[in-house]
Design a protein around this ligand. Structure first.
Ligand SMILES: *[C@@H]1O[C@H](CO)[C@@H](O)[C@H](O)[C@H]1NC(C)=O
Ligand SMILES: *[C@@H]1O[C@H](CO)[C@@H](O)[C@H](O)[C@H]1NC(C)=O
Ligand SMILES: *[C@@H]1O[C@H](CO)[C@@H](O)[C@H](O)[C@H]1NC(C)=O
Ligand SMILES: *[C@@H]1O[C@H](CO)[C@@H](O)[C@H](O)[C@H]1NC(C)=O
Length: 451
């Protein structure tokens, strides 16, 4: 089952790449750097005295995900229990060590910053950050599903210490501060582990000083198909200050808000943009629909229901909790509901697979919109947005981009609204007001009209 889903998704990636791009970076990304599986056991990095995080990290950050594996990770969605142990002992000097007082009256001086993101085949968007003094540059995924930031460490397996790959070297940074604690993060498909360090992290000219982040020394192969070097965590956390929290605390941002505009591959859409400190009206039209965040440690909110634009197919089971996840490519929902939805769309499950549904390409244009009802407002996606079309040679194959996952009701089922949703809806994450806002993202047509 897993194999089929994974194969098809891999195929998706490969065929999209092959169809559209010469010199697609897929092969160069095949480098074994991310494949600890290839390293003989005796050469594998040691497992230092890692004190693992209380809870493992959150969502997968890549699409080739086995949704059936998700239940073991679902604790993320539960209301957090009081931590038994505090694995992090945030140094007292954290955020203050440089004797710099935050500017409380920051609305006067700070401005929001745009960070241009690169669209990697519609399955990942990465953007530049730098760490340390002098700056060491990385391209990272900005992940709303986890607070953890990490980059590969120069102290990791031998392959990493190779000029071809981006690694962080604490030795050459004058602002590095040892931390001494370990970290571990799981992403559906794989795992990274290493130790925590502190250094300045710079994004678009804004510096989160003395930021704690992970130096990864062990990784599984989750990044093998990407040009991505690491992850910058924008998840909600009540325990662990993120880079964003750090910037807010220092008064570097005009508001405790960040927003994403994700473009569509091979369109005339403007470049994708993450805005730190507000929203950028150049990238959306109309008003925002807001939903309050429903748990303290996840960008989770309540959807009223899901329906088709022709009036049928209403799903409101389990209260429709949903998360907006900038690191999941498609939309994932509880298996039973997704099964009903996809069958009504005329979908047939891939043989032996209850998570992916094939659609008849000749019929997808006629399919109704899928409407997510949030705070009484319709957020709709047309079949163009929710169907995944692949070209294999001269054939086209169509799949529903709404995948099922076998979460159980008592495992806090949620819908994951990933990149395909965020391409249609410009999304603001408003930490100050603990709410998420959606507005219609501009498309090329809008961009033209505004000129
Ligand atoms: C990050 O990605 C951009 C766009 O693909 C590329 O131009 C840049 O060189 C990359 N930066 C690093 C540090 O690899
Ligand atoms: C990385 O490799 C260089 C030379 O190839 C060596 O001088 C350096 O000590 C190595 N760094 C680590 C952390 O192993
Ligand atoms: C860099 O990190 C490693 C591993 O934690 C540590 O052994 C080393 O002392 C650090 N380097 C410096 C210059 O502190
Ligand atoms: C509405 O659309 C769904 C999905 O295509 C279909 O199954 C259903 O029959 C349609 N209902 C009506 C009343 O047209």
């Amino acid at each position: 089952m897993h194999l089929i889903a994974a194969t098809v998704l891999t195929l998706t990636l490969v065929s999209i790449c092959a169809a559209n791009v010469i010199n697609a970076p897929v092969s160069q990304a095949k480098n074994p750097i991310w494949r600890t599986g290839n390293v003989p056991r005796q050469l594998r990095p040691f497992k230092p005295n890692l004190r693992p995080l209380r809870q493992k990290s959150k969502h997968p950050i890549l699409p080739i995900r086995k949704p059936e594996q998700a239940p073991t990770k679902r604790r993320f969605y539960e209301r957090p229990k009081k931590p038994q142990h505090k694995f992090y002992e945030w140094p007292a000097q954290y955020l203050r060590q440089d004797n710099e007082q935050p500017v409380r009256d920051y609305r006067v001086t700070a401005t929001a910053r745009d960070i241009q993101l690169t669209n990697f085949y519609d399955i990942l968007y990465h953007g530049p950050i730098s760490i340390g003094t002098p700056e060491q540059s990385f391209n990272v995924t900005f992940n709303t599903a986890s607070p953890r930031t990490w980059v590969p460490s120069v102290h990791s397996i031998p392959d990493y210490n190779n000029s071809k790959f981006k690694t962080y070297n604490n030795k050459t940074s004058s602002t590095y501060i040892p931390n001494g604690f370990g970290f571990e993060a799981s992403y559906g498909e794989g795992k990274v582990a290493g130790y925590l360090s502190q250094d300045n992290i710079n994004i678009a000219g804004l510096t989160a000083r003395n930021q704690i982040f992970g130096e990864a020394i062990v990784e599984s192969d989750i990044f093998e198909d990407t040009t991505n070097h690491g992850v910058l965590g924008l998840g909600l956390s009540d325990e662990e200050p993120t880079v964003f929290d750090n910037m807010v605390e220092r008064g570097l941002l005009p508001a405790p808000v960040f927003s994403f505009y994700l473009n569509r591959l091979n369109s005339n859409d403007p470049d994708s943009v993450l805005t730190l400190g507000g929203t950028n009206p150049a990238y959306y039209v109309g008003d925002f629909t807001f939903a309050d965040v429903t748990v303290p440690d996840s960008w989770q909110f309540k959807m009223d229901r899901i329906q088709f634009s022709n009036g049928t197919g209403i799903f409101n089971g389990w209260g429709c909790q949903a998360v907006v996840d900038s690191s999941t490519p498609l939309i994932i929902g509880p298996k039973e509901e997704v099964d009903v939805l996809n069958r009504k769309l005329g979908g047939t499950p891939l043989s032996g697979d209850e998570t992916m549904y094939e659609l008849d390409c000749s019929e997808v244009d006629g399919l109704p919109d899928v409407e997510f009802i949030v705070n009484g407002k319709k957020l709709s996606m047309s079949s163009k947005d929710y169907v995944v079309k692949m070209h294999v040679g001269t054939d086209s194959l169509c799949y529903s981009g709404i995948l099922g996952s076998s979460w159980k009701q008592n495992e806090s089922p949620v819908w994951i609204l990933g990149m395909s949703f965020m391409r249609v809806y410009y999304t603001q994450f408003d930490k100050g007001n603990k709410r998420i806002g959606f507005a219609k993202a501009i498309t090329f047509e809008h961009a033209i009209l505004n000129k």
